[in-house]
Design a protein around this ligand. Structure first.
Ligand code: AMP
Length: 113
């Protein structure tokens, strides 16, 4: 999609620190990390948010979760981690291309702010 930052990262038009990649998923470090580990896991195909997923996206979602599990192991997050996706303005979504935040390496409070 034109002018989508995460489409540009997926196509390598924009640089990022990639930690995992396949034909359909890319994972890269967040530029403004909320913890010692903060990775964004993104489908390469443009989907605006979790609200736009359908049952046809099951395979890519399964791959995204498997990727996050693998990254958590690689990053040494055996004490746990949080997976978050923001949808819409009340949740604070700032990039309108579906992404899961994988955050870990520190203890976290609940509920989130
Ligand atoms: P959200 O607010 O849930 O849409 O999350 C967007 C995330 O993208 C934020 O945590 C930003 O720090 C992160 N971000 C924005 N631009 C970049 C970039 N060029 N590379 C890596 N992360 C980015």
């Amino acid at each position: 999609m034109v002018d989508c930052m995460f489409c540009k990262i997926a196509s390598k038009e924009l640089a990022s620190e990639v930690v995992a990649e396949s034909d359909s998923v890319i994972a890269f470090r967040d530029i403004n990390p909320a913890g010692p580990v903060h990775v964004l896991v993104v489908p390469k195909r443009h989907v605006s948010s979790a609200a736009d997923l359908s049952s046809e996206d099951g395979d890519v979602l399964a791959e995204m979760f498997a990727t996050m599990s693998s990254i958590a192991t690689t990053e040494g997050l055996e004490r746990g981690y949080r997976i978050v996706t923001n949808v819409g303005p009340d949740a604070g979504q700032s990039v309108h291309h579906l992404h899961f935040h994988l955050i870990g390496g520190r203890s976290m409070a609940w509920p989130p702010g």
